[in-house]
Design a protein around this ligand. Structure first.
Ligand SMILES: Cc1cc2nc3c(=O)[nH]c(=O)nc-3n(C[C@H](O)[C@H](O)[C@H](O)COP(=O)(O)OP(=O)(O)OC[C@H]3O[C@@H](n4cnc5c(N)ncnc54)[C@H](O)[C@@H]3O)c2cc1C
Length: 284
């Protein structure tokens, strides 16, 4: 189908993007990579009258280290995240996750901010943002605000973001002992089930763990029962096997669709939790 007619404007800066959006009086939308928005427009599931292109706003792209934390600009494309030397050295789970998204075309256009704002239940980034305890930096007419990843993903395609706000980027402390494992849909590579596991290990003991799950339910969640089973335990295959066995027991709603039944998804949660934990252990 063809979208309704719309106007197009290219933003030149962060403030220009917000000013242009405000000027649309609620009829505008940002477009970054367009890989989620354009299909929705073609199906007429969304009908913005004005598109504000933020893909080339310089302040919104790039990956940098600042005060011991890593910042990724919202309009950084998945390919740049997957190939970042900084991430590969200090927080490889994030670049690994980006490398698993879609295909080269999707990775060359799709952006971190677009993925977080759209919040597809099968998107990969939400799981890893939960695992690395990321902060999502947001700007709107009332100024700056920071949302913790824990509080950001609210429901199906629903996040803590007002229509007049823009995601500027994500910031997190680097974690080396972390890994992502997913069961991918064969055609799109979206996660049927995806698990990101991050371990804080000291002298052979797991001090704490953060596990993010995507693909299974309406939105990404932490697997807190697994985190509790790991905390304070010796880092070993036995610990991981035992913790993975309880994965998903606290997940109340699991989706069933043409790609996988709810029963199958539920059965895959421990499998991919185990794989993510083993990957994290190998990096500890
Ligand atoms: C064939 C195909 C396969 C895919 N496979 C995967 C996959 O395996 N894993 C995966 O995770 N994803 C996958 N995707 C989704 C892809 O990663 C998208 O690029 C991503 O979800 C959206 O990013 P975008 O930059 O294209 O956003 P857009 O489509 O431009 O925008 C999406 C929504 O976010 C809003 N938005 C965009 N940027 C911002 C911002 N900075 N602040 C506020 N709002 C903003 C827009 O207004 C719009 O509502 C796939 C997509 C396709 C088409």
């Amino acid at each position: 189908m063809i979208p309704i007619p719309f106007e197009y404007a290219r933003a030149t800066s962060l403030d220009d993007a917000l000013a242009k959006l405000t000027a649309t009086n609620g009829d505008g939308k940002f477009i970054a990579g367009g890989h989620s928005l354009v299909p929705l427009m073609k199906l007429r599931l969304t009908e913005p009258k004005v598109l504000i292109d933020i893909a080339r706003v310089p302040d919104l792209s790039g990956i940098r280290e600042k005060d011991g934390r890593i910042e990724i600009g919202a309009c950084t494309v998945h390919h740049d995240v997957s190939s970042s030397a900084l991430l590969r050295e200090h927080c490889p789970v994030v670049s690994d996750t980006a490398a698993e998204i879609g295909d080269p075309q999707v990775r060359n256009r799709g952006t971190l901010g677009g993925s977080l704002a759209h919040a597809d239940p099968s998107a990969d980034y939400p799981a890893v943002m939960l695992a690395v305890d990321a902060e999502i930096h947001v700007k709107g007419p009332k100024g700056w605000r920071v949302a913790k990843a824990d509080d950001f993903f609210k429901d199906l395609f629903t996040v803590d973001l007002s229509p007049d706000e823009i995601i500027v980027g994500a910031r997190f402390a680097p974690v080396r002992a972390a890994a992502y494992a997913k069961l991918r849909q064969r055609a799109s590579h979206y996660a049927v089930v995806g698990v990101a596991a991050a371990l804080d290990v000291s002298q052979g003991k797991i001090r704490s763990a953060r596990i993010g799950l995507t693909g299974a339910g309406p939105h990404a969640v932490r697997l807190r029962t697994v985190e509790q089973a790991l905390a304070g335990q010796a880092l070993s295959t036995e610990t991981i096997e035992a913790a993975a066995r309880v994965a998903g027991t606290d997940v109340k709603v699991v989706n069933g669709d043409i790609h996988a039944s709810a029963e199958y998804r539920r059965a895959m949660i421990p499998v991919f939790t185990r794989r993510a934990l083993k990957g994290a252990m190998a990096r500890a």
